[in-house]
Write a protein that binds this ligand. Sequence first.
Ligand SMILES: Nc1ncnc2c1ncn2[C@@H]1O[C@H](COP(=O)(O)OP(=O)(O)OP(=O)(O)O)[C@@H](O)[C@H]1O
Length: 868
Amino acid sequence: MRREPGSVRVPHDRTDVVGEQTVGRLASTYGQAVAVHRQAREHWARARALLDRLTGQPVPERTVDLVARLGRLATGLTAPGAEATRPAGAPAPVRIGEASTADGRFPLLLPLGAGHHLAVNADARDPRVAVLLRVLVLRLLATAAPGAVRVVGIDPAALGATFLPLRPLRDAGVLDATATTEAEIGALLDGAEAHARAAQQSGRDDHELLLVVAASAPGPRELARLAAFTHAGPAAAVCVLLAGYPGVSPGQAPPPLGATTALRLDERYAWVGDPPGHPFGDDGTGLAVPVLLDGDPPAQAVRSLAARLDAAVRRDAALHVEDLLPERRWTESARAGLRTVVGRAGREPATLAFDDATPHWLIGGRTGAGKTVFLVDVLYSLAARYSPAELQLWLLDFKEGVSFTEFVPTERDPSFLPHARAVGVESDREYGLAVLRELRRELGRRAGLLKRHGVTKLADLPADAATPRVVAVIDEFHVLLAGNDRLAREAVDLLEELARKGRSYGVHLVLASQSTTGVEALYGRADTLFGQFALRVALPGGDAVLGPRAAGGTAATTLGTAVVNTAAGAPGADLLVRFPDAHADARQVARLRYELWDAAPEGARPPTVFRGYEPAHLEGDPAGAALRPGGRRPTVLVGRTVDVDGSPAQFALDATPGRHLAVVGTSVTGAHVLRAATLGVARQHPPGEAEFVLAPLVEAADELADDTAAGIKAAGHPVTVLNAAGLRQRIGELAAGPGERRTYLVVFGTDAAAGALGRSDPGTFRSGHDDLRTLLRQGPGQGTHLLGWWRGLRRLGDDLGGSQNRDDVACLVALNVPAADLGLHLGVTDLAYTPRPDRALLVDRHAQRTALIVPFVRPGHRPEDEER
Ligand SMILES: Nc1ncnc2c1ncn2[C@@H]1O[C@H](COP(=O)(O)OP(=O)(O)OP(=O)(O)O)[C@@H](O)[C@H]1O
C-alpha cells in the first residue's frame, strides 16, 4: 500500500543504544521511507496539478492547506443545488465519509450513477454497511432532481431490516418494498431489466436512474444478473450498490463487476479502491489513506427529504391527457403500425404500439380500476396522432354507463371523433356479433385488396391504395362471451379469426374486461385466442391478464397505474405505467375533440351509433321519414335492426301468399309495433288509395288503436272500426273476393276473435278460421294483408290451423315469447333468442331470415317499465 506523505515519519537517531544489525535495518527502512516519500510527493504534485485545473487557482504547497482545500472542494461539489452545474450524463459525487491523513481529514466522494457502481466486501448485517447504504441512498436522492432516482432494495440476509429506517421514502413512493425471497428478487430484477431496456431505447442520458441496493448478496443466478447491470453502461440508467461482494462461495468465482468502486472494511476503517476511470494512483491499489465512514442519517433528515420528494413528485406526477398528445395533429403514418403514448413509466413517456409485435391488446382490471379511462386516454392519444385516413375506430361497450358516449354526437354536443366508424353503448351481445361479422367482412375486403396488388401485408400496399388501420375496442368483452350459447361460440370463432388475420390486414383488437379467466365459451380456446394478444395491460385487480405469476411479481395497486407487458405476460417485460384521468380532464378532452371534429374532411359522416338503452320510434326514424307513396309495393316497418348500421327492420307486402304480419307476445309493445307498422303502410299510399279495417279487440290496445285510426285518417285513408263479429264477417267477405281497394286488416288482440272465428256460417258451413286461412293465402294476390297482434303463440298456431300452415303468416315479430316455444312454432331447433324488454325477434319465413330488432314504440312509452 502507498503511504500518504503526512503518515511517513523519519526515525530519531538511536545508534548509541542499538547494535550494528539494528542500524542496518533502520537504514534500509529509512531508505524505503524516503523512496515512498518521494513517490508520494510526485502523487501530490499530480493531485495539485489536477486540483489546480479543477479550481483554476494555484494549489498551496503545504499539505494541511491542501487537505483543507480538498475539503472545500468536496463541500462545494455536494452542496445543495450543485447537481444543477453537473454536466448531463456525469456521475454524482456522493460523500461516504472522511479520508484521514496526518495533516487532517477531507471528505471522500465517490462517483455513482451514469454507469458507476459500488461494492462493499461485508453485507448489511454489519451495522456499518447498513448505515453506509442508507447514507448513499439518501445522499444520492438528495443530490438528484425529484423523481430522477427510484430505489429498489434486495436484502435476503437481513430480511429488509436495512431499509426500515428509510420508511418515509417508501411512503413518498421513492423506495419500493424490499425483495427478500428468491421470487421477489427475481421479479425485482425483471423490472430492473425492463427499466434498462426502456432507458436504452429512449437514447436519453437523463433517464430516471434506478438505484438497485443489494444489502446482502442474493443467490448466484440473481448475483449474475445484478453483475450484468454493472457492465451495461450509463445508457441502462441503473446503479448498483452491492454489499457482501465478493463474499465467500466455495468453488464458485463471483461474477466480475464492471465500473465499480470496491470498498473494503477492516476492524476500524474503510479502504476505498480506485473508482472506475479515475484511479487515485497508477498502481491500482486505491486510496492510500483509511476512510472513516459517516454515521447514520438522522431520522429527521430522512423525513424531511421524503417530504420534499413526495411534494415534488406529486407535483410532477400530475399527469394530464395533454401530456399524451403530440405537438402537431395528424402527422404520423400508420403504414407500419400505430404507436402512441399512453402515460408515463417513471418520468418517461410510455409508448405502446399496434404493430407486428403487438397487434392486439388485452386489458384487465376490476370494476372501477380505470379501464374505461385508460381506453379513452389511448383513443384520444391515437386520434390526435393519426388522421381518419390512417385510423378507423370501432368501439363497443357492453356495460351500463357512458364509456364511449363522448365520441358520438348528441343533442347537447354535436361533436364527434371523426375516426369513429361505429360505436356501441350498452350494447346487446347481438350487436357485438354484428360488429364482429362486419369486421370479418372488412378482413375479406382487405384480403381482396392485398391480392389485387400482389402483396401480403397492409404495410406493402402502394400509397394510392393505402387503407386505414382499424382499432376495434371491446370493453367488458366477457359479456359478449357469457354463457356458452351459439352466439358466444360464433363470437369466439370470429374473434379468433380476426386476431389471427388482423395482424397482416391492419385490424387490431383491444379486449378489456374485469374477468379474463373463467369465461365458459373460451374453455380450451383461451390460449389460442389470447396467444395473439402480445400486449397485456393489468390495471389494479387485473393481474390475471399477465398469466400465472410467481408471488411478488409487479402489480398495479393504485388507481391510475397499470402494468404493461409486451411479451404476453412473460416475466421480465413488465413496465409500470401511470396514466392520466381523462374524466378529470373533461374540458381539455372536449377541446381536443372539437379540434379534431373541425379538422375532419368535408362531409365526414358521424359514426353509426347503437345505444342499447334507447327505444326506437317511427317518428324521427330516418327509414320512417323516407316512407312515401309511389313505391312498387308497400313495406312494413317495425323497428331498427340491431346491426352495425341500425338498418330498418322491414319486410315487403308483396303478392306472395302469406305476406302478413303477426306480432306475438303478451307485452303491450305488440300494440305499439302494430300501430307503427300500420301508420308506416298508410304513408306509402296516396290519400284514399287503401282502406284500413281496424279491430281493437282488447282493452290494453284501445287507446293505441284510436291513435292509429286518427293517424290513418290524417293520411287521408278511410278507416272502418269493427268488433269481433264484424271482423269475422269482413274476413268472410274478403275471403270470397277482393275489396274495392287495397285493404289492410289491422287486429289488436287477434286471439280475442277466436270465439267469433270458430263459429260456422249457417249458409256456407264455413268457419271463420276457414275464411281466415283462405284470406291468408289468397289475400296478398288481391291486395289484402292482415296485420295482427296475438298475445300468445299457441293462439296464432291454432288460428293458422297447425304447423303445416306456418308459412301462411310469413312475417313474425316475436316479443316476450320463450325461445323454445318460438323454435317449436318455427320448426327451428336452436334458436338463439332471449326475450327482454325493448327487443324483438323479426322472422321472415320466406327469406329464412331472423334478426334481433329494437321494435318501434310510441314516443313516451318505455318497454322496460311495462308490468309483466
Ligand atoms: N388515472 C387516473 N387517475 C385518477 N383517477 C382515475 C384514473 N383513472 C380512473 N380514475 C377514476 O377511477 C374511476 C373509475 O374509472 P373507470 O370508469 O375508468 O373504471 P372502469 O374500470 O371502467 O370501471 P367500471 O368497469 O366499473 O366501469 C373514475 O372515477 C375515474 O375518475
